[in-house]
Design a protein around this ligand. Structure first.
Ligand code: GLC
Length: 790
């Protein structure tokens, strides 16, 4: 069953049935002001920090679901009937109420048609202004004059999102609402202990405000809800001023419409003082042209970001995802890490170290300067011993102040991701200068980035266990495998192998032979330990428990095989051989399903303290035997490295959100972005149901897997590698990319219908040797012809 469709021309997802199984959301805003909005106009906004700068409220995981939001109600003054432009909250019967929501890049539009009135509400956030703009259009499609009232409503949050949800005896007595009567602007201010006083405003820029409310409980009325606010029932707001209590911004605007006539009304909500910024913005956005200009800037912003890479393959859903939605999601994860969504309520602000390290892979081709800044921020969260803060807040950063983890909260993998992200950044940009930049450590001292990378490698070298594998510490990539007290992680060891390989490659490129030799010795030792202690006959074990028992082995009780230690055996480069192949065959045999590969099998049923939190979830959910999408991306990469194009593509297709559009009643989450997980086959009821959309490392890695391993266009220090691994049925594909400021149009043909292998590459008519296009060869614009073959 479908709830909507993709509109590639307008780069929109269009929801035609508003009764989606979950809230299908969009992210508006980019820099300081962000608004998360659902297909029924619910959601919240925040300024700078979703934890400490929450502007409007959302009641997470509540009943009725999906409330509150930004609502525009229309009331017919003659019939007294009223509805909302978004289907919710009034929720007229869908037989008489037509509703559409268009989620676009940086904007959402709600359209409705009811009782001969058509209306729309378009919401967006200008690129460089901390405000949101609501453009409303109402048209009379009947033959008679309509007398209408428009009511707007949004509920403010009391800035500190956690207190706002918890400590009512205190927080409810901090707000001081007011009304700038001269300019007709609602004034929102609260006093908290923070060094500045948060202020916001709400107003209509081009019509007289007939009445207003700033006290939620007055506007809504006792025992009512947003579907039936008292003020709308009565036909007039009460002029309430909340000094303490629950603040809101509600306004009423009145007009009449002749048959065929349309009215255009603009509301703005923003950060600042109602007597200053509010006044200025009101004036600025009384002019429609200024609004249009801001909207164009939003469109250009996204067009520019998405213009650096695109593909045209025989698979339309792949094209849709890569060219539009996957990239859009990558930027969203880069911007907001894991802090603000309908799932992440915002209590955990700032950046996850490993998450942000990975998030850069999906955007570095598009915004390299911003990535460089982010990398430096991440390096500042590394400690001089080499490990990293698991989670930190650069917005309020002061050296050493935040979250220096106690020893038992050190993660086995966080710091090692730097060895993926920094080389990745340099390969993309050619900016080796970053290696010489001196960056302070979070605790004490400073060092060049090159030394930071070494410190990370040394920390892991010094934290190996009995079998010479890396200690699992608080957790590895899998937050819920907690091998404390000496347990060892195969996966972290594989990541370490990859990190060492990256560093060796970098040292060799830079001519630092001594370093290269030293870390080759480390790598040989690591390889030996992996060979000796992790092969289980048909697959690789996931590690060793503190008790010495194997984790994820034929011998194990409960889960016998894990996904990551198979995919990473190949992806790390440690086992691109028969063992790696056998391990990946076991993935196919034991873990693959039509919705993707489950993360472990069989699922844990009973809690095992020395394995960790993974054993606490019911089978098929989250880290316990769900199809964890992030981990599925590495399966694609491993198969591509092995040259098995059919498998790589089949896996890619199995969890591609766009492929779930027609079974949205089963999948339930947004079909335009990746979710963290899809419920696994061992769940008794919900196999195939997706949860935790948007903020997931799946975005960055699915993009990397598809573009760099299936389509095979991969940056290298020296240039661009062309190494596709595609379904043999394909005749070829096209790929456009900007690489270090040069444009490449790559046309790949596959006359022999193979999966992998490049026979011939010509750049601007000149044939090259091998499959690496040297960067020196590139002009401003380049035509690259690639012929696959043996
Ligand atoms: C979540 C976390 C990520 C972790 C993964 C697996 O996606 O954000 O950091 O690696 O779960 O546990």
């Amino acid at each position: 069953m479908k709830f909507g469709y993709f509109d590639p021309k307008n780069k929109e997802y269009v929801i035609t049935n508003p009764k989606t199984p979950t809230s299908w959301v969009n992210y508006l805003g980019t820099a300081d002001y962000c608004l998360i909005i659902s297909n029924n106009a619910s959601g919240y906004s925040f300024y700078k920090s979703p934890k400490l700068g929450r502007v409007t409220r959302f009641r997470f995981n509540s009943i009725p679901m999906d409330r509150p939001g930004r609502y525009v109600y229309i009331k017919d003054e003659k019939t007294k009937d009223f509805w909302s432009i978004s289907w919710q909250p009034v929720a007229k019967s869908l037989e008489s109420f037509k509703s559409i929501c268009r989620h676009g890049l940086g904007y959402s539009i709600f359209e409705s048609s009811y009782d001969s009135i058509t209306s729309s509400l378009k919401i967006f956030v200008p690129i460089d202004k901390p405000i949101e703009i609501w453009e409303v259009r109402v048209k009379n499609e009947s033959n008679e004059v309509k007398e209408l009232s428009l009511f707007t409503y949004t509920e403010f949050c009391l800035w500190n999102s956690m207190l706002d949800m918890m400590d009512f005896q205190y927080i409810l007595y901090t707000c001081r609402m007011g009304y700038n009567h001269e300019d007709e602007i609602i004034d929102y201010s609260i006093k908290l202990w923070s060094p500045y006083e948060p202020k916001a405003f709400f107003t209509c820029t081009n019509k007289k405000i007939e009445s207003f409310d700033t006290d939620r409980d007055v506007f809504i009325g006792a025992y009512n809800d947003e579907s039936r606010p008292e003020a709308i029932v009565q036909g007039k707001c009460f002029g309430s001023i909340a000094i303490g209590g629950n603040p809101c911004a509600a306004t009423q605007v009145k007009f009449s419409l002749l048959p065929g006539q349309e009215e255009y009304i603009v509301f703005i909500l923003g950060i600042g003082d109602a007597y200053k910024e509010g006044k200025e913005y009101k004036k600025l956005f009384a002019d429609k042209e200024n609004i249009q200009k801001e909207f164009e800037k939003v469109q250009n912003y996204w067009a520019e970001r998405l213009s650096k890479l695109s593909c045209s393959t025989p698979n339309e859903n792949m094209n849709l995802m890569i060219n539009i939605w996957n990239q859009y999601q990558c930027h969203t994860t880069f911007n907001w890490s894991r802090s603000a969504s309908f799932i992440e309520a915002g209590g955990r602000d700032g950046l996850g170290f490993r998450d942000s390290c990975q998030d850069i892979l999906g955007v570095v081709h598009s915004i390299p300067q911003e990535v460089r800044k982010r990398l430096i921020e991440l390096l500042k969260a590394q400690l001089s011993e080499g490990y990293a803060m698991h989670h930190f807040q650069p917005l309020t950063w002061t050296q050493g102040e935040h979250n220096i983890p106690p020893r038992d909260r050190i993660y086995s993998d966080d710091h090692l991701w730097l060895l993926i992200s920094v080389p990745h950044y340099i390969k993309e940009t050619g900016d080796f200068s970053i290696l010489d930049e001196v960056v302070e450590y979070a605790d004490e001292g400073s060092a060049t980035v090159f030394e930071h990378l070494k410190a990370a490698l040394e920390f892991s070298w010094n934290h190996r266990g009995k079998h010479g594998l890396l200690l699992g510490l608080a957790a590895d990539w899998n937050d819920c495998i907690n091998l404390r007290n000496g347990g060892e992680s195969t996966w972290s060891t594989q990541l370490y192998f990859k990190a060492l390989t990256e560093f060796i490659e970098l040292c060799e490129y830079l001519g630092k032979t001594e370093d290269a030799e030293k870390y080759k010795q480390y790598r040989d030792e690591i390889r030996k330990a992996l060979e000796e202690y992790t092969w289980d006959g048909e697959w690789f074990v996931r590690g060793y428990l503190a008790s010495g028992k194997k984790l994820g082995s034929k011998e194990s009780e409960q889960t016998k095989i894990f996904l990551n230690s198979q995919s990473w055996s190949v992806f790390s480069g440690a086992f691109v051989d028969e063992k790696g192949k056998t391990a990946m065959d076991s993935v196919k045999k034991y873990l693959a399903t039509e919705h993707g590969c489950v993360k472990n099998w069989p699922a844990y049923v009973d809690y095992i303290i020395e394995v960790g939190a993974v054993t606490s979830f019911p089978p098929g959910l989250k880290e316990n035997a769900a199809i964890f999408c992030h981990a599925n991306t590495w399966v694609i990469i491993a198969e591509a490295i092995l040259g098995r194009g059919e498998y790589a593509f089949e896996y890619y297709m199995s969890f591609l959100p766009a492929n779930k559009n027609d079974i949205a009643e089963i999948y339930t989450a947004e079909p335009y972005v990746y979710s963290q997980f899809i419920t696994g086959k061992e769940h008794p009821y919900y196999f195939g149901r997706a949860r935790n959309p948007w903020l997931t490392g799946t975005a960055t890695w699915a993009f990397t897997a598809a573009t760099q391993y299936i389509l095979g266009v991969r940056p290298h220090y020296k240039g661009l590698i062309i190494d596709p691994c595609i379904p043999s049925g394909w005749d070829g594909f096209e790929f456009e990319r900007v690489f270090r400021g040069r444009k490449l149009s790559i046309k790949v043909s596959n006359p022999d219908h193979i999966s992998k292998g490049v026979k011939k590459i010509s750049v601007n008519g000149k044939e090259i040797v091998g499959n690496l296009i040297p960067v020196e060869m590139l002009d401003e614009e380049n035509v690259v012809e690639v012929v696959m073959g043996k």
